[in-house]
Write a protein that binds this ligand. Structure first.
Ligand code: IMP
Ligand code: MG
Length: 183
């Protein structure tokens, strides 16, 4: 779906499909350089990271393994609850593996900081985070994120995997959701 299809619902288009692809190629190049000679396992956080995983994985010109986790931290609204539950765990044993967690957005950071300490306790060889977006003003946790696409203002955004009540994930661009949609 294109931005034009949901134009009244968006305040603006933050990043176009093309800008997103360019950014992912840049991130992939950094990852390739940093992990030369090491096997990597990229872990996507369902469901929001599906698009980032699909495009980042294809931008990486090397072998990799992919696995998925599903956690719940949000209700159906637009605010983080801070309560994290594993809905689907990894199928892979990450002991001694080089793991990169791939997420689409870090908002408060509550979900990811919980997830990172959970994964760290499984003794991976290394553990880093790659996120397409981050909201620095919303951050409540001190998380070291090695790969960030863009820092964005503290507004609710949709598209490219990001949803509002399960909608807009299939929007090609990323846009700011108009307040009239959720108020
Ligand atoms: P956090 O725990 O507050 O960092 O947020 C965790 C999850 O909330 C993210 O992985 C997203 O799935 C979702 N989320 C946070 N901000 C937004 C947003 O602006 N739009 C859509 N989903 C969001
Ligand atoms: Mg998510």
């Amino acid at each position: 779906m294109d931005s034009a299809d949901v134009e009244p619902d968006l305040v603006n288009i933050l990043f176009t499909e093309e800008q997103i692809q360019t950014k992912l190629r840049e991130l992939a190049a950094k990852i390739e350089a940093d992990y030369a000679g090491r096997e990597i396992l990229i872990v996507g956080i369902l469901r929001g990271a599906v698009m980032v995983m699909a495009d980042l994985a294809r931008a990486l010109n090397r072998h990799l393994e992919m696995d998925w986790m599903a956690v719940s931290s949000y209700g159906s609204g637009t605010k983080s609850s801070g309560v994290v539950r594993i809905l689907k765990d990894l199928d892979t044993d990450i002991t001694n593996r080089h793991v990169i967690v791939v997420d689409e957005i870090i908002d408060t950071g509550l979900t990811l900081s919980w997830l990172i300490s959970n994964l760290a306790s499984r003794n991976p060889a290394s553990l880093e985070i790659c996120t397409l977006l981050r909201k620095p003003e919303a951050l409540q946790m001190d998380i070291a994120v090695k790969y960030v696409g863009w820092d964005i203002p503290n507004e609710f955004v949709v598209g490219y995997g990001l949803d509002y009540q399960e909608k807009y994930r299939n929007l090609r661009d990323i846009g700011t959701l108009a307040p009239h949609v959720y108020s």
